[in-house]
Write a protein that binds this ligand. Sequence first.
Ligand SMILES: *[C@@H]1O[C@H](CO)[C@@H](O)[C@H](O)[C@H]1NC(C)=O
Ligand SMILES: [Ca+2]
Length: 350
Amino acid sequence: MAADIVRRRLWARGRWKVPWTFLFLASLLLQTSCADQTEEYLKREHSLTKPYQGVGSSSSSLWDLTGNVLVTPQYVRLTPDQQSKQGAVWNRVPCYLRDWELQVHFKIHGQGKKNLNGDGFAIWYTKDKMQSGPVFGSKDNFVGLGVFVDTYPNEEKQHESQKKRYSPGMQRVFPYISAMVSNGSLTYDHSRDGRPTELGGCTAMVRNLDHDTFFVIRYVKRRLTIMIDIDGKHEWKDCLDVPGVRLPRGYYFGASAVTGDLSDNHDLISLKLYQLSVTRSPDEEAADKEVFIPSVDNMKLPGVDQSSEPMSGFALFIIVFFSILGLVFAAVILLIVYNKWQERSRKHFY
Ligand SMILES: *[C@@H]1O[C@H](CO)[C@@H](O)[C@H](O)[C@H]1NC(C)=O
Ligand SMILES: [Ca+2]
């Protein structure tokens, strides 16, 4: 049992191989004497794991349910593969950890063929909970963090129907995972799949797979990282990495999903929250003041200001080329004028 936990934690940490392997070896020495050490990092009060005993039904449950959620011994189904369903689970206990990692084990599957399925699900760390709405089944203008696994490309479909084309590099391939941080002032634009407000994201082909699929949200020293493990290789791949993300403590973890005309089964197998022990230098400690409003330092939202895109190499070349041409032209004119003037003054002289 303990060995199993250790193994899971090891691959869970796969990406930080160098430091973590060291720590792991060191902790292994300690663990021979007290085998359950790693356990303490898993925060049971913020985790949702099999067999989901009493979830939603008992008053002692740590998780509340809304909408069409179905709890079975194997999974928590946020929505079934049927039209116009929505469901959510919310942790009853606010989370006061500073540094954490949430591992999400999920499964999205349904009858719909490629791009005839929807809409996806969201993982939340927000001030409010249990409020249904239009953002993957949860309320808009939320306060906190939302991570979206969007399985239907609304914007692309709209472009297609209007026979418009994307400029190269603008197209996102779906399913797409993205993150958004809001202080309540931002609206999630469903018709654009949240493009105007996303902090970043990645493509993740997660539907109808036989193997297990995971992603992990890490929040350490204000750095928000998302990694995915969806190829069945037990390897984390980078998805998103944003520094300077300020999230208050005491918010709630939750998950929600929605189906519309198109549908999917959105299943959660587990949510595992780990407390991360991170040392801070006195400087870092001083800089890391408690915050009360979510924000992102130097946030430039990709969809909001597209006029100030960096200049392309060709545009720069044209500008430089014509500037030089202009200078040469001006020099030639000056030379001609100067010659004429000299000629004339010579004539005067004689
Ligand atoms: C909330 O966010 C918006 C946009 O990001 C910003 O303009 C506004 O100043 C923020 N409000 C507070 C109270 O921080
Ligand atoms: Ca969408």
